[in-house]
Design a protein. Structure first.
Lengths: 123, 108
């Protein structure tokens, strides 16, 4: 059973870069047909997809965030990471990492999730 | 403003059947599968329904999904107190995953 765990600073200053890492356990991040992605949820609000990276390294990003987002993978550590630049208070949210299962024809999104980590943007 | 439209709230009494709707467009629900997630308080969302009407292992058959045109529905029969949660629909839309705004289900 794969498990995901987010880590990173809980407080980021405005205009700086938010950096989070998701550590995958219970399976290799580079085996199988999976996308590894990030989703965020502001307090009391709904879910917003940020982007994803495939096991090959190819990425897709939400167009509304694309200019500020970078998702990368480190297969040696079984981790993938999120960088969001030029943050403002509007980026304050719980950030989740999640797996998208693309085996068996087509992709089924978000069958496994991390527990989430709160990131607050404030000076 | 979410791309997919859900009612903000729904409610029912134990044992009742409730449905939650999700409305989209031809670029998302109309041409792709719909997924449903259950989010219990202070927890990560959990996949409840995939590919319109399929249940992952471990999800009770009290939960069912359907899709018609550009709309989808989640039905919960035999409502139980532990079903009180937020429910989200999702679909692929051209180049990104989009979600509904969520429906808060209250079990009276």
């Amino acid at each position: 059973q794969v498990q995901l765990q987010e880590s990173g600073p809980g407080l980021v200053k405005p205009s700086q870069t938010l950096s989070l890492t998701c550590t995958v356990s219970g399976g290799s991040i580079s085996s199988g047909s999976y996308y590894w992605g990030w989703i965020r949820q502001p307090a009391g609000k709904g879910l917003e997809w940020i982007g994803r990276i495939y096991t090959s390294g190819s990425t897709n990003y939400n167009p509304s965030l694309k200019s500020r987002v970078t998702i990368s993978v480190d297969t040696s550590k079984n981790q993938f990471s999120l960088k969001l630049s030029s943050v403002t208070a509007a980026d304050t949210a719980v950030y989740y990492c999640a797996r998208e299962n693309c085996s068996g024809g087509g992709c089924n999104p978000f069958d496994s999730w991390g527990q989430g980590t709160l990131v607050t943007v404030s000076s | 403003q979410s791309v997919l439209t859900q009612p903000p709230s729904a409610s029912g009494t134990p044992g009742q059947r409730v449905t939650i709707s999700c409305s989209g467009s031809s670029s998302n629900i109309g041409s792709n599968y719909v997924y449903w997630y259950q989010q219990l308080p202070a927890t990560a969302p959990k996949l409840l329904i995939y590919r319109n009407n399929q249940r992952p292992s471990g999800v009770p058959d009290r939960f069912s999904g359907s899709k018609s045109g550009t709309s989808a529905s989640l039905a919960i029969s035999g409502l139980r107190s532990e079903d009180e949660a937020d429910y989200y629909c999702a679909a692929w839309d051209d180049s990104l995953w989009v979600f509904g705004g969520g429906t808060k289900l209250t079990v009276l």
